[in-house]
Design a binder for this molecule. Sequence first.
Ligand SMILES: CC(C)(COP(=O)(O)OP(=O)(O)OC[C@H]1O[C@@H](n2cnc3c(N)ncnc32)[C@H](O)[C@@H]1OP(=O)(O)O)[C@@H](O)C(=O)NCCC(=O)NCCS
Length: 158
Amino acid sequence: MIRVMTIEDYDEVFTLWNSIQGFAIRSIDDSREGVARFLRRNPTTSCVYIKDGKIVGAILCGHDGRQGSFYHVCVDKDYRRHHIGHKMVDFCIEALKKEYISKVSLNAFVINEAGNAFWTKMGWKIREDLNEYDYIINMNNRNVVIGDKEIGKERNAS
Ligand SMILES: CC(C)(COP(=O)(O)OP(=O)(O)OC[C@H]1O[C@@H](n2cnc3c(N)ncnc32)[C@H](O)[C@@H]1OP(=O)(O)O)[C@@H](O)C(=O)NCCC(=O)NCCS
């Protein structure tokens, strides 16, 4: 069953994120307050997938009035390859369509073979014609990579 994610799902979703090897979790953006702020701005577009009485997949999805963004697309490793990821992506795209959004994008680490294979299969295109620029506004928004050899060591790079 898929439904819209609410802040009441936070603890379960946060536990799921922390089980995903290679995920980069940010101390401010992914805190309860950060996610609550995101969901207040985007109350209808993020989702959770529930199976066996628990949350086994989630997507944080929002838009800025022009373009949609996906963050932390994930499925519990015991539930992968059952098209849960595919169904969640479709759910979020339908929600964005209702908000008159015409395009959605996301970042995938280059070394994430499974993730990149998934997006290619979903029909998403890699942009080869542009460079992505970041500017860090708040250095306190620390980044921790789950399952990194240096897990626990906070990093600002993504
Ligand atoms: C990427 C992820 C969300 C896919 O979820 P999923 O529910 O297993 O994906 P689906 O079952 O919907 O896969 C749809 C199709 O994508 C492709 N695909 C999915 N996982 C794949 C993998 N590991 N290797 C190759 N192709 C893959 C397949 O073609 C699959 O269809 P098929 O099983 O009928 O062949 C999941 O593997 C995951 O949570 N990975 C860790 C987090 C992550 O990397 N997220 C993406 C960040 S950008």
